[in-house]
Design a protein around this ligand. Sequence first.
Ligand code: SF4
Length: 64
Amino acid sequence: MKAPDVDLSLCSMCGICVDLCPLTFKINDAGYIEVIHPYGDSQEDINEAIRDCRSDCISWKESQ
Ligand code: SF4
């Protein structure tokens, strides 16, 4: 199975991923993007977030 992964060292906190996939990404209490549910939104919507991410820091990673 694969899951979206955010490279926080590149993330500019633009918020696009949260706007597009609010069930998958959120801004956590520490102020960083967190993947709260790898399949919270459709794969199509997550792919759109990956395409639209201005910092190109979301990718699919193999998960267990
Ligand atoms: S879209 Fe990319 S740069 Fe913007 S908040 Fe999400 S992970 Fe960070």
